[in-house]
Design a binder for this molecule. Structure first.
Ligand code: B12
Ligand code: SF4
Length: 449
């Protein structure tokens, strides 16, 4: 029998492969749960092992929860095993982005008392206060006969405005930074959850129903972060920030009306902005905008289900250039149906697009995505690398492209775009020296990922 839960510790283990942790922003998921549980009377602490190696004395805690992504399952498993001996009657549970992909396999791998699947807010309080995990929907547990069970009722938070702000007042911002910023302290916000598009490579950690915080609620948090916490730049890391352009426009006007002094960066689809919206965003403080193109081949973009016209997408980068907003464009190389010719097309398209920072990632097939099911599920080579190993996706399932060709292509792609001497000169002219140095370091680091 587990003891009654009065005090909880939330833990974020660092990735198994240090290359995955090259920039580090505040962990909003766990910090949101800290505020949520505290608002319901459960004292909650957190430790982010990305920024400290001191693990707190676990004895005062009645429950310890781990935030799991696809890159930290190994270190989480080790920590959990050692904690079991230290606090045998405490609950040890897990949740986080990876929990949705394959909850039962995650349970088998980590052997926790429970996996809380998906967004924690609808379930976690009930789970911690209850004595029987099996009665709570959205929780995976082991029944009295030893079978892994769950009541399938994945709930999503409907009204995000009702959630308390994440406990950023507990964070030492000097521990968090990213190479891509102009000012410090740099903070993070996610103002909406879910994405209605169904791109087959994309892992939907917040489902496909888009829910958004109101403009007022968003700017209240921005004001709190800037005026009370001293934050000077915020990265808006919604999956697609500009789905509702009127909401974004209202956010921008409200930032100006309240005369808040901060810089912003955001990411979105290139077909979901207009010149006017970008102008409003720049006036509210936007200096950096990221756009997901994925490929320079329209046929590939279509096959991914992205419903994006590359021609239309080019406009977004042109508009940003006109307005003086620095651009970042994301591409993926190594789709299983692409050969050297398509890789070449993508590099050519990216070069012509001429974003200030272009990022090329090899295709990572995440369990829980349509592409994974199509190409990797059941592949002995793929799973043979260890389902939850940080590097499991390295080999991919490339048909015509061998690993060496892919690595060489990614290097060449960078030399043709971000690292082109003319681009470096342009970045030097446009960015403050420290941002330029950071950006170049960033490009060099991403080249090897
Ligand atoms: C911001 C962000 C980052 C930032 C900051 C990371 C951080 N410190 O949190 C940066 C840029 C550094 C980053 C890096 C990486 N990221 Co990232 N990131 C995001 C992003 C866009 C937003 C995260 C966020 O704040 N969401 C809002 C909060 C409220 O949601 P949440 O974190 O999911 O938390 C909820 C639940 O998951 C759950 N929960 C979370 N923690 C816990 C803990 C417990 C105990 C419980 C019960 C529940 C629970 O409850 C929360 C509230 O509902 C997400 C995509 C997304 N839209 O969420 C990707 C995402 C989390 N990242 C992802 C990946 C792959 C990475 C990298 C590996 C990429 C790379 N190759 O470098 C690295 C790993 C870095 C690291 N050290 O772990 C994947 C994870 C996939 C997976 N299967 O796990 C996601 C889902 C993107 C995607 N679709 O591919 N990331
Ligand atoms: S890639 Fe972008 S548009 Fe497509 S599903 Fe993912 S977040 Fe949505």
């Amino acid at each position: 029998m587990k003891r009654e839960v009065r005090r909880v510790l939330l833990v974020i283990e660092k990735p198994e492969d240090p290359a995955q942790g090259f920039h580090n922003l505040v962990p909003l998921g766990p910090l949101g749960i800290v505020s949520f549980l505290e608002s319901r009377g459960i004292q909650t602490d957190f430790v982010d092992l990305n920024v400290t190696s001191n693990f707190p004395d676990p004895s005062p805690y009645d429950a310890v929860g781990f935030s799991v992504t696809n890159v930290n399952v190994g270190p989480t498993r080790e920590r959990m095993a050692s904690l079991r001996g230290d606090i045998p009657d405490a609950r040890i549970f897990v949740g986080g982005p990876e929990s949705l992909a394959r909850p039962k396999e995650l349970f088998e791998c980590l052997q926790p008392d429970a996996v809380i699947v998906g967004e924690a807010e609808p379930t976690i309080y009930q789970y911690l206060r209850g004595t029987d995990s099996g009665r709570v929907g959205g929780v995976v547990f082991r029944d009295s006969k030893g079978r892994i069970q769950s009541l399938d009722s994945n709930e999503w938070v409907e009204s995000l405005d009702k959630l308390p702000f994440p406990a950023l007042d507990r964070v030492d911002f000097s521990h968090y930074d990213s190479p891509l910023r102009r000012r410090r302290p740099l903070s993070l916000m996610v103002t909406s959850r879910g994405c209605p598009a169904r791109c087959s490579f994309c892992y939907h950690s917040h489902g496909s129903t888009w829910r958004a915080r109101s403009a007022r609620n968003v700017v209240d948090e921005i004001q709190w972060q800037t005026e009370k916490l001293g934050v000077r730049e915020i990265a808006l890391y919604d999956d697609t920030f500009t789905i509702d352009q009127r909401r974004v426009s209202n956010i921008c006007h409200e930032i100006q009306r309240r005369d808040l002094d901060l810089l912003l960066q955001a990411r979105t689809r290139p077909d979901m902005v207009t010149l006017e919206l970008l102008r409003e965003m720049r006036e509210a403080g936007l200096w950096l905008m990221g756009f997901g193109f994925e490929s320079g081949n329209q046929a590939t973009v279509n096959r991914l289900g992205k419903a994006l016209s590359l021609q239309r997408g080019r406009k977004a980068v042109e508009w940003c250039r006109e307005l003086g907003i620095t651009t970042r464009a994301f591409f993926i190389l190594g789709f299983p149906w692409e050969g050297p010719e398509e890789v070449e097309n993508t590099i050519r398209f990216a070069r012509e697009l001429d974003a200030d920072i272009t990022q090329f990632t090899r295709l990572l097939l995440f369990p829980g995505t349509a592409l994974y099911e199509e190409y990797a599920s059941g592949s002995s080579e793929y799973l043979g690398q260890g389902f939850f190993s940080g590097n499991r996706e390295r080999k991919g399932v490339l048909k015509d492209l061998d690993e060496r060709f892919l690595q060489k292509s990614i290097k060449r792609a960078y030399h043709n775009t971000t690292m082109r001497p003319t681009n470096i000169l342009r970045l030097m002219r446009r960015l403050p020296l420290s941002t330029f140095v950071h950006t170049t370091r960033f490009a060099l680091a991403t080249k090897n990922i």
